[in-house]
Design a protein around this ligand. Structure first.
Ligand code: BT5
Length: 276
């Protein structure tokens, strides 16, 4: 009932036992003219997509895999939403990361942080119950794709996934909410909180014509971002890497990096292969 509210953003919820990829389903629907507000949720994905041709692997029933279809370039006069210029659409995966982090905090009772641009991290308890801060792991990833003037944003979130079910990674270790000590293993309240939070942030961002500073998204993103103030090495297409201390995230969602020689570089989320 909380999901399908009249006048709300989400107008169709498509639940699938099995599919190739919920992002593939939603981008296909976008090309067929599906309006804004479709949500595709799958129990099992045959070939879940990560960014840049990578894979998202999640055993059936252990996580949430979903995609939403948004049309930020359309005016929505009934909601007083102007069209958001394309140059600002890059905020959508970051906005989604914020919403995922907030849902994890609220429902699972954990403290999620964001690795720029859009990985969601939680800390695993120390082995043997030792006190102190455990290692960070990636519990969720976000994939945004533009299809026929729509933006499809996909979220993969590990909820009850066991350590032996998580894929080996070349970067951060993978983890799940349960492995991080979640107070809840129930996926329904997580899905509800995520969709409600996502609709809230999206509505504020739309009403502000996609200005992340004006709608409070920039501040929320910075507050949750664990990358700021850390040493990073960002790989960009063409083989180059930018290394230095991450200073902040700017109003365009770019990571501002101060190199050792004092010069500054700004990297766009869309241009990133890896952040270490
Ligand atoms: C992402 O890509 O993190 C975006 C993942 C988005 C998945 C959702 S599921 C619903 C929707 N439908 C789709 O088809 N996709 C979206 P990227 O930053 O490229 O990270 C991918 C990398 O994360 C892989 O190369 C692995 O190293 C690692 N990985 C794969 N599965 C994982 C998992 N379950 N948990 C943590 N890390 C994982």
């Amino acid at each position: 009932r909380a999901l399908i509210v009249p006048g709300g953003l989400w107008r169709r919820l498509d639940l699938r036992a099995e599919t190739e990829s919920t992002n593939a389903d939603a981008t296909g629907a976008a090309r067929d003219g599906e309006p804004e507000g479709l949500v595709v949720v799958a129990e099992w994905q045959d070939s879940g997509r990560g960014r840049l041709g990578r894979r998202w692997v999640s055993p059936p029933g252990a996580g949430l895999t979903l995609s939403v279809l948004l049309r930020p370039g359309d005016q929505a006069p009934q909601r007083s939403w102007p069209a958001v210029p394309r140059t600002r659409w890059g905020w959508l995966p970051l906005l989604t990361g914020v919403a995922v982090g907030e849902a994890v905090d609220r429902v699972a009772g954990l403290h999620a942080t964001l690795k720029w641009p859009n990985d969601v991290l939680v800390r695993q308890p120390q082995p043997g119950g030792a006190m102190g801060r455990g290692a960070e792991g990636k519990c969720a990833g976000v994939l945004a794709e533009v299809a026929a003037d729509a933006v499809v944003v996909g979220v993969g979130l590990n909820v009850t996934t066991r350590a032996d079910e998580l894929p080996p990674t070349d970067g951060l270790p993978a983890t799940s909410l349960r492995l991080a000590g979640s107070s809840s293993a129930d996926r329904d309240p997580l899905l509800r909180a995520l969709l409600r939070g996502l609709a809230g942030w999206y509505g504020r961002w739309r009403a502000a014509s996609g200005d992340a500073e004006e709608c409070g998204l920039l501040a929320a993103y910075r507050g949750a971002c664990a990358t700021i103030d850390r040493m990073v090495s960002v790989q960009v297409p063409g083989g180059g890497a930018v290394t230095g201390r991450a200073r902040t995230v700017d109003a365009d969602g770019q990571l501002v990096i101060r190199r050792e020689d004092g010069t500054e570089a700004r990297v766009s989320a869309g241009d990133v292969l890896h952040v270490r």
